[in-house]
Design a protein around this ligand. Structure first.
Ligand code: FMN
Length: 460
């Protein structure tokens, strides 16, 4: 630890004052180790959240287009030796304060894809990245969520080419002596990277969904919550979610849809959102994977819903289903995000009906309407539509997401093509596509690879 540059991202939200004592012990330990500590209390820093425009890759490579403290935070992270994420464990993920800044780490890596540890990830923009350290706090012990949290930190470390990482979950009610010991250990420990097998093991399956055919058999009210923050272009989440909504409508269901926006951060917007939740008996979340987890506003919406549902008893439990799509061709990257949705349902007394995970969202749909997807050389999406139809039928009948639908959704899109070949083709074509998209903005090869936050070496 000695003489290291440490960035500490304090992700305590409003009402998390009971986590203060753990934070104080952590800061004390860091100071004892004589480190150069940069401390960021995220809740007090005013900044925007990522809107998924990819401008940080294609217009101003390496820098978020939003000129606010989010830029300096990204710089501090990549220039640190260790970045520490301190957060309440929230349904197995980070709280929304950490998610907000973490989504803005996208400029720290390149748009280009490569193969790392047998899976697709983005190529590094910089020659060095910090060690990642995750410290999650729980008020009640929950091993499943603790395990998800630790795995999420490990997946982030893989995605951001961290040389190593460690993660610990601490009970806020533990004795100061135990907390100190756990912190001392995690500061110097290296954990094993969770590779595809480990992350696949947390993918919710039909066995973990609750089969409850007795409820919701009749047409009911479904609310689609679109969690893609894209404002400049339509989202794949919207296309997938609306397809299911339309199918349910045709089966006599009352439908409503909303897209999460910054209004969710104020009281009025939260009340409107909760009123829509109250009216529905089936809630369909459709969102993209952002940094191995749910995007900031999606995480915020779970926090808002969770607080409301635990304070107001429900006549009959609401049912929850989730569709998540990600950029890399492997659908298993979405496992933690779906598992977080499942934990959210369990923690709030909802009935979890299962989820669908789809890889290569930009390549297959890119937000285009379904009729246009197969034009312009995109891979076929018939299997996706079939998966959505099977799911809609099951939901309409009060059943869980069928395992066949989950399989179809995650399948190699080109029939008979082995996954390894599809992945190779994906990497090759996607890397060409990023270049042609950047060229539209007069951004050439060397600018695309820019390292605006590389530390200048002082000669001397
Ligand atoms: C900030 C940000 C973070 C992302 N993180 C991941 C990631 O960790 N893994 C991944 O496979 N794709 C990642 N993606 C890609 C999106 O999941 C992908 O573009 C998705 O298709 C977007 O869906 P949408 O159109 O519904 O927003 C990320 C994109 C953004 C903008």
């Amino acid at each position: 630890m000695l003489n290291q540059k440490i960035v500490l991202l304090d992700g305590r939200g409003a009402g998390d004052e009971d986590l203060n004592s753990v934070l104080e012990i952590l800061i004390h330990e860091l100071k004892v180790s004589a480190v150069a500590l940069q401390y960021f209390p995220l809740r007090e820093i005013k900044m925007g959240s990522c809107i998924g425009c990819f401008g940080c890759w294609l217009k101003k490579p390496g820098i978020c287009l939003e000129a606010d403290p989010g830029r300096e935070l990204a710089r501090a992270v990549v220039q640190s030796d260790t970045t520490i994420l301190f957060s309440p464990v929230t349904f197995g993920g980070y709280g929304s304060e950490i998610k907000k800044i973490q989504d803005r780490w996208l400029p720290l890596i390149l748009p280009d894809f490569g193969l790392y540890h047998g899976e697709v990830h983005h190529r590094p923009r910089y020659s060095q990245y910090p060690r990642l350290l995750g410290i999650g706090i729980q008020r009640q012990p929950n091993d499943v969520e603790a395990n998800l949290f630790k795995m999420l930190v490990g997946r982030n470390a893989l995605n951001f080419h961290a040389p190593n990482y460690a993660a610990e979950v601490i009970l806020s009610s533990d004795s100061p002596g135990n907390i100190e010991q756990k912190i001392q250990e995690v500061l110097v420990r290296n954990d094993n990277f969770p590779l595809s097998k480990a992350v696949n093991s947390v993918m919710p399956t039909s066995e973990t969904a609750i089969v409850n055919a007795a409820t919701g058999k009749n047409p009911g009210k479904v609310l689609l919550v679109i969690g893609s923050p894209k404002v400049k272009s339509p989202s794949t989440s919207g296309v997938l979610g609306n397809y299911v909504l339309e199918q349910l409508k045709q089966r006599g269901w009352e439908t409503e849809s909303l897209t999460l926006r910054a209004s969710l951060l104020n009281r009025e917007g939260q009340n409107e959102f909760l009123a829509a939740i109250e009216k529905a008996n089936l809630i369909l979340l459709a969102f993209p994977l952002y940094i191995d987890s749910l995007p900031f506003l999606m995480m915020k919406s779970l926090e808002v819903m969770g607080k409301h549902l635990s304070a107001h008893s429900q006549e009959s439990p609401k049912r929850l289903v989730a569709i998540v799509n990600n950029g890399f061709p492997e659908a298993h990257h979405n496992a933690i995000a779906l598992a977080i949705c499942q934990q959210f349902a369990l923690d709030t007394g909802m009935i979890w009906l299962g989820g669908l995970a789809m890889g290569a969202g930009e390549a297959l749909f890119g937000g285009f309407p379904i009729e246009e997807t197969e034009r312009g050389g995109r891979p076929p999406v018939k299997h996706i539509l079939q998966a959505l139809e099977l799911t809609s039928q099951a939901l309409a009948e009060g059943k869980i997401v069928p395992p066949k639908a989950s399989k179809l959704m995650a399948r190699t899109p080109i029939p008979l093509m082995p996954f390894s070949l599809w992945r190779w083709l994906f990497i090759k074509l996607a890397n060409q596509r990023w270049r042609s998209l950047a060229a539209v903005n007069q951004v050439g090869e060397s600018e695309l690879l820019a390292q605006p936050y590389a530390e200048v070496e002082l000669c001397g």
